[in-house]
Design a protein around this ligand. Structure first.
Ligand code: ADP
Length: 421
């Protein structure tokens, strides 16, 4: 297996991770990205800033001679971050970031053309962004590319290829593996859309000038990338049907590897292709954000060792930070439930963790009811993953092994993807 480099464009910065044939980390580097420009629902960034950040990271790795044996490179980026560029890669528009929601105008048009299960019906979808940009910028000969695809283009010198995972929110049909016919009803010129390859497919050699600059071998090849959250799942090592990943961050994100895809737009559930399997997932609005409304990081660290997984609190909380839920229940009016509040902070904390664990169980039940396997093992990542008593609470409810993911960094996942895992 070749040495590989994974490059991650996440929400706050760029990371790169070089690994050897066994998957051991050889070197890592990271740098921050400037804050995107914001105006109301608009969130944009100059893609040139991405490239400058990547240059810093690769300069640093090159200075440590960490790239001399890297034969495969894959890039992940924030999902639905999109720009239009010229065939030579020159940006023709700013990049509309993953959380840009200005593209509301095209939604009626999309609703009339796209099937409900396509994940294109929100103002932050890549497709809504593309239609919005098309009305405002010259698109003759332009290419629509996601963040990871454009960076892969800068590394390989070609800007006409994308990957199946990023393409999903642009309307790509991952089941039939093609751009669907309904896109034509939106008047989209086929030349705008990249040719799509499965994530991890070797695409083109790294540009010789760049290979020389950073000390890569001449055989270094750029592979089709993925989204940042998919790369983070690959990082955990999950690879078999039934292996699941729960991300315990500000929100609660569940993903399970499934032999068949699951699409349920009402619950915000969709599936990415990953090798021979599908990664089916959904996200609850409940999550660690609620803990941060009531506790400091120091409180959480101090209380965690005192939790009693063997003594359930019997508090029936539904810990939402604000009204409204999508998954496991589609209920925009659902209210947070955090009462009664016991006098003991410890009991209150445990009650919230138990409530989140019940939502996690309901989420995996929802995914199972829609056709995904019940988890055989849950790997945990995110800020709450290191909480061992919480893992015990979750294991009791889920009736399966719940462990801490040994690796969680998307950059590591992209490096594994580039190795063909
Ligand atoms: P995100 O990237 O989504 O903002 P992180 O993965 O950085 O989130 O995780 C941050 C979350 O982790 C916080 O919302 C916090 O509630 C949660 N967290 C931190 N420490 C603990 C702990 N000991 N137990 C449970 N959750 C924790």
């Amino acid at each position: 297996m070749p040495h590989a480099l994974g490059i991650d464009f996440g929400t706050s910065g760029v990371r790169a991770c070089a690994i050897d044939s066994d998957g051991s980390i050889l070197a890592e580097a990271r740098t921050g990205l400037p804050a995107p420009q914001r105006a109301g629902t608009a969130v944009s960034q100059d893609p040139g800033q991405w490239w400058q950040a990547l240059e810093r990271v690769l300069d640093e790795l090159a200075a440590r001679s960490a790239l001399a044996r890297v034969e495969r490179v894959a890039v992940d980026g924030t999902a639905a971050t999109l720009l239009l560029c010229a065939p030579d890669g020159t940006p023709l528009t700013p990049a509309l970031m993953y959380n840009d929601a200005r593209a509301a105008d095209p939604l009626a048009h999309i609703a009339a053309a796209a099937p409900p299960e396509a994940p294109v019906h929100s103002a932050s979808s890549s497709l809504a962004k593309l239609l919005w940009l098309r009305e405002r910028y010259p698109v003759q000969g332009a290419r629509a590319l996601h963040q990871a695809e454009w960076i892969a283009g800068r590394l390989s010198g070609r800007f006409d290829q994308g990957d199946e995972n990023n393409a999903l929110k642009l309307g790509y049909d991952p089941v039939r593996r093609r751009w669907p016919e309904w896109l034509q009803r939106l008047g989209l010129d086929a030349g705008l859309l990249p040719a799509i390859q499965p994530a991890g497919t070797p695409l083109r050699p790294l540009l010789p000038d760049l290979a020389r600059r950073w000390g890569f071998p001449t055989a270094a090849t750029i592979c089709a990338g993925t989204t940042d959250s998919t790369a983070a799942v690959i990082a955990t090592g999950a690879s078999r049907p039934g292996q699941a990943v729960t991300v315990l961050g500000s929100t609660l994100v569940l993903k399970v590897l499934s032999p068949q895809p699951v699409f349920a737009p009402d619950y915000g559930i969709y599936s990415h292709r990953l090798g021979q399997l599908w990664l089916a997932g959904g996200a609850s609005n409940a999550g660690g954000a609620v803990l941060r409304q009531h506790f400091s990081e120091a409180d959480l660290a101090a209380l965690t060792p005192r939790l009693r997984p063997d003594r359930p609190t019997c508090l029936e909380y539904y810990p939402l930070p604000a009204p409204g839920e999508r998954f496991p229940w589609n209920d925009p009016g659902r209210m947070p439930k955090l009462h009664p509040r016991p006098t003991s902070d410890l009991k209150f904390f445990q009650g919230i963790l138990e409530g989140l664990a019940r939502i996690e169980r309901s989420g995996y039940r929802r995914l199972r009811d829609l056709g995904a396997p019940w988890p055989t093992q849950v790997l945990s990542s995110g800020g709450g993953a290191g909480n061992a008593p919480w893992r015990a609470i979750r294991a009791r409810l889920l009736q399966c092994q719940v462990s801490l993911a040994p690796q969680q960094e998307a950059a590591y996942g992209s490096a594994r993807l580039a190795q063909g895992l």
